[in-house]
Design a protein around this ligand. Structure first.
Ligand code: DAK
Length: 257
């Protein structure tokens, strides 16, 4: 891995991936996206890892797809490159994926953060879909995910002007869950990750899947999906352990079985 740094054992049950093209503000070129996809795929299959954190550096989470690599491409070249399949695979990660965002999260960088399950922002975070300023539009889900996250009016403002949104605004509009001082970003995200990692990984996966369904389906279908996953937790040892531990007034010991 050249353009990302992977800490498989960042903390017990928690892995960390850091985007690492600092000179280019972590611009997302195809190589970086492939490395990210491969690392996520690997961590998703590693039993000891229960939660994954994705971060950048203080200047940038990611300032977008690499404009210099994209600029001269024709529509057909873009189609043949089929970069969407890499992005689609990232979307399929089963474990909780938490975005820790400082600095710029723009264009594809904002879209990547939104593909995570939640975003924690530092005070320096700036979110935006500035593609309009370079004569294009969001291509990796920005028009859909930003609109669902912040509502139509705010999404229209950001996408049609290309303006950036501060961390405070992002929290106010429901894009990020909280804003913290820069030095508190990793401790805060790690605390969240450890809390999740202590729960049954089976129940966590089924819950994540069910929440994501809320975006993809009508209420009736979403409720049916949730019900199926709810029943499925009763096939796990973790559910028996969790409920028995409650009755016996002790901490559960989840094995992921
Ligand atoms: N691409 C390439 N290089 C970038 C970059 C980017 N997106 N953003 C910054 N850089 C580079 C700059 O060119 C500069 O390099 P040098 O000139 O030093 O060689 C270096 O990073 C530092 O940037 P600046 O000198 O510009 O730094 P400033 O602090 O002055 O400004 C900035 C920071 C973030 C405001 C500015 O760099 C900026 O506006 N950057 C571009 C932001 C942007 O427009 N982002 C959206 C790009 S379009 C797709 C998936 C995704 C996408 C499309 C398709 N498929 C799966 C097919 C997504 C598209 C996009 O994201």
């Amino acid at each position: 891995m050249e353009l990302i740094i992977v800490h498989e054992q960042y903390a017990p049950g928690v892995a960390l991936i850091q985007l690492n093209r600092p000179k280019e503000l972590n611009a997302l070129n195809p190589q970086l996206m492939q490395e990210l996809r491969d690392a996520l795929h690997q961590l998703d299959r590693t039993e000891a890892v229960r939660v994954i954190i994705l971060t950048g550096n203080e200047q940038a989470f990611a300032a977008g797809a690499d404009i210099k690599q994209m600029a001269g491409k024709s529509a057909v070249e873009m189609l043949i490159m089929d970069q969407f399949s890499t992005w689609d695979q990232i979307r399929k990660v089963k474990k909780p994926l938490l975005a820790a965002v400082s600095g710029f999260a723009l264009g594809g960088g904002c879209e990547l953060a939104m593909m995570c399950d939640l975003i924690v922002a530092s005070e320096t975070a700036r979110f935006g879909q500035p593609e309009i300023k370079i004569g294009t539009i969001p291509g990796a889900g920005g028009t859909q995910r930003l609109t669902r996250a912040v509502g139509k009016a705010k999404a229209m403002e950001l996408i049609l002007t290309g303006r950036f949104m501060s961390a405070e605004e992002a929290v106010a509009y429901g894009l990020a869950i909280k804003v913290v001082p820069v030095e508190m970003l990793m401790p805060e995200v790690l605390a969240l990750a450890r809390e999740m990692a202590a729960h049954s990984p089976i129940a966590i996966q089924l819950a994540k899947e069910a929440v994501n369904r809320a975006y993809e389906t009508h209420l009736d279908e979403g409720l049916a999906f949730e019900r199926k996953n709810f029943y499925l937790t009763f096939a796990s040892e973790d559910q028996k352990e969790g409920m028995q531990a409650f009755i016996e007034k002790r901490k559960p010991d989840f094995k992921g079985r």
